[in-house]
Design a protein around this ligand. Structure first.
Ligand SMILES: Cc1cc2nc3c(=O)[nH]c(=O)nc-3n(C[C@H](O)[C@H](O)[C@H](O)COP(=O)(O)OP(=O)(O)OC[C@H]3O[C@@H](n4cnc5c(N)ncnc54)[C@H](O)[C@@H]3O)c2cc1C
Length: 207
């Protein structure tokens, strides 16, 4: 069933969520307290360094990496010791994220048109053994074009999609009667009592 999903925050996480929702046929309304120039959030300013496990670049540079090694590194750093309590989900999240980074992430990013610089960095390297703290092998992959190169395909995908609308702060052209930053009561008001605001503005061409 097609749904209209409201995403608060036009940073990278919001843009990726919007992209995936649009791909599966849903409508997306994206809200952000910042103007259109700030779309992409922190990721725009970032180095675009991405954690990948057993990537094609690592293999090319003969860096031997695997799901098991990366998980061992993560667990060695996190030292989860409350597995009967609050660490349960943290450990599950770590396992799921490393599974994604080892088996899906590179092909997913490449399917979005993202490329990598032929450089492999060694970030978050606390120790140098697999049992020590931090990454025991280089896993820091630099997006071609750094942060702007990382957000660009997601921004373009969303802005060119007919089922995407974004309401961003835009000086005098801001038409919705909400305060910025948005609060939950604002949103309830915005979504339920001001349906015309759903067409308030956007944005193709503003980015
Ligand atoms: C200089 C720099 C370099 C970095 N380098 C790297 C790197 O190399 N590798 C790496 O992995 N990470 C890096 N990071 C971190 C990474 O960029 C961030 O973790 C990531 O971009 C966060 O994305 P996000 O979408 O979760 O949040 P954000 O980018 O913070 O986006 C959140 C959005 O929500 C909006 N918002 C917040 N509150 C409200 C509200 N109440 N109402 C409406 N809108 C709201 C904000 O305006 C913003 O647009 C770097 C960060 C910086 C600043």
């Amino acid at each position: 069933m097609t749904k209209t999903v409201t995403i608060i925050g036009a940073g990278l996480s919001g843009l990726v969520a919007a992209t995936e929702l649009l791909k599966t046929g849903h409508h997306v309304v994206m809200l952000d307290q910042e103007p259109a120039q700030a779309i992409g959030g922190q990721a725009f300013w970032s180095f675009g360094g991405l954690f990948l496990v057993n990537s094609s670049l690592q293999r090319k540079f003969k860096v031997h990496d695997s799901y098991d090694l990366a998980l061992n590194d993560w667990l060695g750093t996190a030292r989860f010791d409350r597995l009967d309590d609050e660490d349960v989900w943290a450990k599950k999240w770590a396992e799921a994220y490393i599974r994604f980074a080892a088996f899906e992430k590179e092909s997913y990013l490449k399917s979005m048109g993202i490329k990598f610089a032929p450089v492999l960095g060694w970030a978050e390297r606390g120790g140098t053994s697999a049992a020590g703290h931090g990454n025991s092998v280089p896993r820091f992959h630099i997006t071609w074009g750094t942060g702007p190169g990382l957000i660009e395909p997601f921004v373009n995908y969303c802005l060119s999609h007919p089922s995407f609308q974004a309401l961003l702060r835009c000086g005098s052209t801001r038409r919705a009667s909400v305060s910025m930053p948005l609060t939950i009561p604002d949103l309830i008001h915005f979504i339920h009592w001001n349906p015309s605001a759903r067409q308030a503005m956007i944005i193709p061409g503003l980015y």
